[in-house]
Design a protein around this ligand. Structure first.
Ligand code: ADP
Ligand code: MG
Length: 265
């Protein structure tokens, strides 16, 4: 059993205008994810959801100024990005990066070797990749193409889930894996996530602002994320409420809190 524990996490990014103050994005995030649990984080655009995923994965631009992240008690913030991956953390990015000149098959094998600590045996590896690609309905021709280069949005997302299945992390963070997918791709990608969950008993943090993916991947916990923190928590019924009423109730309340704080200061 694995536990990812995030406590009072604050993070900021340097202001693109160099003379400006850093931009504070995360303002006290508390969240605990155990193996086998699926948590959905739902929030409007710009609320800091991707920043949370970057802070966990160790993106160098996002500076943690307060709080802690631990994986089974180990200090994640003290780890480099690759140490975090080896420790069992995985991030499927909202905007997967293109890596011209590195073939998908080379990339997957290198990543699997790094995470597993030894090169997978070639024969079993080829079979493993082929089966995983079939499950995600990815054409075998993609193995020879450069990582994400010229892939459609949906193809990129399928390849993120291909990595998830092959790298078998303990905790998977999926940042808007549903965005830009048509209905068929949404089903295929969701089935890939559910297979990962069954096979590895992984913990999942599913970041989204639409509820439609939650029809395929059912979360036990739903967290509403507004203004850089979690403002409400509940079960799947909370997602239904968001589907019906949107985020207005939460954004309005967060605005009031910010006003009150400003007046207080
Ligand atoms: N590298 C950056 N430079 C400047 N502002 C940023 C940067 N990254 C994020 N932000 C700002 O922080 C806020 C939260 O962004 P993000 O975490 O991407 O939100 P979400 O994923 O919820 O849409 C936004 O207002 C965004 O413009
Ligand atoms: Mg985002």
């Amino acid at each position: 059993m694995t536990t990812l524990e995030i406590k009072d996490l604050h993070a900021e990014v340097a202001n693109p205008d160099e003379s400006g103050e850093p931009i504070r994005i995360l303002k006290g995030v508390n969240l605990t994810i155990n193996s086998g649990e699926t948590h959905a984080i739902m929030g409007p655009n710009g609320s800091g959801k991707s920043t949370l995923s970057y802070a966990i994965a160790g993106h160098p631009k996002y500076i943690v100024t307060q709080g802690s992240i631990t994986l089974d008690g180990e200090d994640v913030l003290a780890m480099s990005v690759d140490e975090r991956a080896r420790a069992g953390l995985f991030l499927a990015m909202q905007y997967p990066v293109e890596v011209p000149g590195v073939s998908m098959s080379n990339f997957l094998r290198t990543a699997a070797t790094a995470v597993r600590g030894e090169a997978p045996k070639l024969r079993t590896w080829v079979k493993e990749v082929r089966e995983s690609m079939n499950e995600l309905e990815i054409d075998s021709a993609f193995a020879d193409r450069s990582v994400n280069e010229g892939f459609s949005g949906g193809e990129k997302k399928r390849h993120e889930i291909l990595q998830l299945g092959l790298l078998k992390p303990k905790i998977a963070i999926l940042d808007e894996t549903d965005s830009g997918l048509d209905v068929d791709a949404l089903r295929i990608v969701s089935e890939g996530v559910n297979r990962y969950k069954e096979r590895e008993d992984g913990g999942i943090l599913l970041i989204t602002h639409y509820t439609r993916i939650l029809r395929y991947i059912q979360p036990q916990f739903v967290h509403v994320f507004v203004g850089g923190r979690i403002v409400e928590e509940g079960g799947p019924e909370l997602a239904d409420e968001l589907d019906a009423n949107g985020y207005v109730r939460f954004t309005a309340a967060a605005g009031r809190d910010a006003d009150t704080a400003a007046i207080g200061a």
